[in-house]
Structures are given as C-alpha cells and as structure tokens.
Design a protein around this ligand. Sequence first.
Ligand code: MRU
Length: 375
Amino acid sequence: MIPLRFPMKIAGQPTRTIRFAPDRPDLVQVIDQRQLPHRLVWQDLNDLATAAWAIEAMVVRGAPLIGATAAMGLFLAALEVRSQSNFREAIEASAQRLLQTRPTAVNLHWAIARQLACLADCPSGAIAVDQLRTGAVQILEDDVRQCAQIGEHGAPLIEAIHARTGRPVNILTHCNAGWLACVDWGTATAPIYHAFDRGIPLHVWVDETRPRNQGAKLTAWELGQHGVPHTLIPDNAGGHLMQHGRVDLVMVGSDRTTRNGDVANKIGTYLKALAANDNQVPFYVALPSPTIDWTLRDGLREIPIEQRSDREVKYMDGRTESGAIVEVLICPESSPAANYGFDVTPARLVTGLITERGICAASEAGLRSRFPEQF
Ligand code: MRU
C-alpha cells in the first residue's frame, strides 16, 4: 500500500488542484488554469452553475480533474436543493447539465455515475448533501492514490533506460497529463516525478500543444515548480528529435481508452505515436481506470471528439514585457479555422498502458489481465 502524501508543491507549499476553501466546508476552490503560468489564482465554485462553467470554460481541464470537479459540482447542487421535496430529480437534472460540459473525457461520466449511485436510497436532501460530499472526497482521494500507483509502476521503465544507457533519460510528453490535470501527481508525469524523486537523471521534452498550449503553459510550469529539467518544443519537433536518438520514451495521458486499448488524447498525440513507431521509441500511455470506457471497442469510430471554437486557433494569449496579458490574432481574420480537441491513437501504436494495477499491453487481453472483473 502506497502511503498517501501531498507530493506536488507550488513554491514549496503542498498543493492540490481542487480543495475545500479553508474553514468553508460548503465552498470548493480550484486553480484557474487559464491564468497559468503568469498568475496563480484560486477560483471559487459555490454552486452547480459555476462548477459546470469551470469545466466548460477550461478553468479546470484534464480528464481526472474534470471528473473530480463534476463530483464536487453534484455536492454543490445538493446544497442548493436540499430543502426541496424533489431534491433527487433536481440533482439528476444537475448531472445532465454537467454531462454536457465536455464530450471526450469519460472520467466525467464515471464520476457522475458514481455520485448518482450514492443517491439510490437517500431519504432526504440533507443526507444527500452528506453522501455527495463524502463521495466527492473519496473520488479525489482515489485519484491521488491511483496516480501515485501509476508513478510506482511507471518509474522502473525510466530507471531501466538509465541503467542501460548510463545517461539522463529523455522523455517526450504531449499536452498536460500532469498534476494540474488530476488532483495530485498526474498520470504521464507520475512516473517522471517518482523517478526524479529517486534521483534518476532525466529530462522532459514538453510539446507546446497548440492551440491552447497546455504543454507550454501548464506542463512546463509544473515541472519547473518541482525542479524537473525540461525543454519546451514546438509540436512538430518530436519526430526530428526521435530520428536523432534524442527521445528514449514517450509518455502521455488519455481522456478515454477503449477496452481494446485505443487511446483518445489531446490532438497531435497520434502523430507522436506514428513518429515513435517509425523510430522504435517506446510509446506509453498512463491512465487511471476511470479513464477506461469499458463499453467501447473501436476508438476511432466510437469515441466522441470535441470540437471547440475557431477562436482558440486564430488567437494566442501571452504576457507582454510590461506584464499585461494580451490576446493577439495570428492569422488573416477572415480565414476559417478547425479546432479538433482530441485524436485517437490505435492500440497497435501503443507499447503499453500504465495503470494503477500495473503495466499491460494495449489490448483486450492486456486489460483483462489487470481488470478481470470488467470482462
Ligand atoms: O483539453 P484538455 O486540456 O482537458 O485535454 C487534456 C488531455 O488531453 C490530457 O492529456 C488528458 O486529459 C490526460 S490527463 C491526466
């Protein structure tokens, strides 16, 4: 059993991405990820509407954190309707609202289903509040434990490469599958943090991850906070680095993985998998089991892919030398733009899945070996 601790720190302070406000058990707070890396701002979530907005507007993002925020959102919804006789129907309607926020990350559906199950025999609104609060806290704690276990299982992959080569291990990652995308630790970053904390020399290539730049804004920031050596690269540099032996391992997260091991993750992940395959670079996906959609078999046909506003492609924001945060247009104003949020990497391109129960092949047989109860 891995001891629970608060490993991730901001300026030396143990920090999680989502918490109850100090001395306010009815108020949830999240880090506003739209403002990183320039400002660290906590956003209050005091009702269902704000929680749903926070997911939709990507104040919070990353599959596990989307699930955790939805779980808290249902607790906040219960607080609002606890004195109504139809509290159960009102909470179920809130669940429907949350389900519409973002389509691809299956953790959202998983967390909401788990929370609604708490309501099954609930006699009153007041008890619903208690049960949904306890349920949400449990979802947060489970996520921390699962990510820590992913770290334990994944770190030996990094250690083995270092033992073989005797030099720092170069890991490429895409988007932010870090602790900011979860409650703590992260998924793809958990093995990196574990190996780094054990003194294994390593270095991370951080894809900037257009159009929202989660790599540049979030992964670079959190690795820096932890002191992990890293280099930011344009999204299209990975193939070149792999051809020249500068990448030992690719590690990414997932928003939804099918029972046969197809992996949906941030747009551009598939291209990294192709380049890794062409250069015999191991390509691992780290994910907790709530990211597995046991109902799906064909990721390419069945996983819903979010399409977002063209504005995210046409404009970029950043900090000027005077410290102001500004948004600028980077293309002809009249040019149309397409913004697919995710792509699907077929299981055949995935070297292995790193789960809380260990590493397995990206296949039905592989997942069955770790999660027999799902088959
Ligand atoms: O659109 P986002 O920022 O929510 O997308 C996040 C990702 O694609 C992550 O890689 C994924 O959620 C894994 S998180 C541990």
